[in-house]
Write a protein that binds this ligand. Sequence first.
Ligand code: SF4
Length: 417
Amino acid sequence: MITVAAVQPESIAEELGLKPGTQLVAVNGRKVEDFLDWEFLTADEEFVLHVRQPDGEEIEFEIERPLDEPMGVALEPPRIRRCANRCDFCFVDGLPPGLREVLYIRDDDYRLSFRYGNFATLTNLKPHDVARIIEYRLSPLYVSVHATDLMVRRHLLRNPTAPEIIPQLRRFAEHGIQFHTQVVLSPGVNDGRVLQRTLDDLWGFGPAVLSCSIVPVGLTEFSKHHLCREPTTEECRAAVSEAESRWPIALEARGIHWVYGADELYLRAGLPLPGAGAYDGFEQVENGVGAVRWLQQRIDSAAAGLRGWAGRHIGVVTGTAMAPLMPQVLEPLARATGAELELVTVENTLFGTSVTTAGLLPGGRPELALALLPGESVNDDGLFIDSMSVASLAQQLPFEIRLSQDFADALDLPLAA
Ligand code: SF4
């Protein structure tokens, strides 16, 4: 059963009398467990909806509506599936202490993998989940494979009962489900021959595996350095070479490069990034794969609408990981806007406003007219990782701040008067 969080005015839901707090109990006699059930079970033009109103009244509605007319309800957020693993390189371990409790939750949720492209390991699936993935054809799924060798994968995930990934993927693939996959590269564990075998196995699935990215392990000062380390320049070069050596065959067979090194892999390897064409449809850009080339393309295509900033001084806030790559993005941005851009590198943009403010405030920065912050540094409620709101941060700064995904989205309007 799921609960309605909000009802859209003049929608079917409002007409039926649904309200915040209404429980959606069943559709056509099937229990509604979460947003997936709700979306898939109500996908027909006609269905019977059983609800429980906040006052306890139970009602059944026979719904008949055009397919393109949404019901008009927003649902309360789902309870996130907890992760069954304890990877040495887990980003949760890498967080500093003292942040909001919710940030320390290790989630591993196939539903969010399908909906938002979050990577999941599929190690916590119950038979019921497997049946739903197949019935609802949740495709594509984003899967953290890391290694196809069972023992290596269990070691990486620190999960002695993790199931074999190949039979899992095969079963789903037989039902038409496709995957974007990733390998987080842990040197000495899943690189070298293990990486070769992993890529061979995944390529062997054919079109069911849409892509595979190789992302180097990223650690912070809080990570378990006694258990894992970041790959060296040579190790990153070897992984890039392993990926790129497969491109001719992949292009010949499928017309795509199929295996992609993350931008950070190239950076750590000391190698130039490949051209935009090497990322095909930028399928894993949110995983840091092709992000620089994607940003350059976005800026180029929006350039005509970015004029009007000539002579302005704009601070561009970025974390230390992306900072060395940012000049490649700022150069076309400066060309398009005419602005003077200053890279403001902060320790980690996800660590909250204290580091961001510290980066932005030395000397008061009277020269800055505007600062751009990465959009991913706030959650859906507009809160930074330390619970400060964008508005509160703005009050502390003597210049305007804007959140941005690709710069073009934040520079198409002039400064507030
Ligand atoms: S799968 Fe590993 S990295 Fe991801 S949340 Fe679980 S323990 Fe952390």
